[in-house]
Design a protein around this ligand. Structure first.
Ligand code: MN
Length: 133
């Protein structure tokens, strides 16, 4: 059965990039554009992994990570944080909130899939379809 990934990202281009990339590797994806919906959507979707943009308009991705990690059902779901501004101390704050992985934009395909492989194990990654990145 395909692994499910909830992708929380307000930037439409990044959202499409992440979802296309994941789908090319046979993941099922659920896009969330509004961070305020992230917790409810995660509860409903029961993902195997959450990709979390940190810079969201109405809420902080760091706060969302903290909320997810306090949720009894979602707490064990690995979170990969994606951030545009890697200021000093950012990675520490993101990890302290509970994220298992952290990558900074601009994201390369190798970095993105590599981080997912580290989180879910090599068996979770299917080779991409020939026409996809
Ligand atoms: Mn953003």
């Amino acid at each position: 059965m395909a692994k499910k990934v909830l992708v929380v990202e307000d930037n439409e281009l990044n959202l499409k990039l992440f979802c296309d990339l994941l789908q090319a590797h046979r993941f099922e994806t659920e896009p969330v554009r509004d961070g305020r919906e992230a917790l409810d959507r995660a509860r409903g979707y029961a993902p195997d992994l959450i990709v979390m943009d940190i810079q969201l308009p109405q809420v902080s991705g760091i706060e969302l990570i903290e909320l997810i990690k306090r949720d009894p059902v979602l707490a064990s779901t690995p979170i990969m944080a994606v951030t545009a501004y890697a200021a000093k101390g950012d990675e520490q704050r993101i990890r302290a909130a509970g994220a298992e992985a952290y990558i900074s934009k601009p994201v390369t395909v190798g970095q993105f899939m590599g981080a997912i492989r580290d989180l879910l194990g090599p068996d979770a990654i299917t080779d991409p379809t020939p026409d996809a990145a």
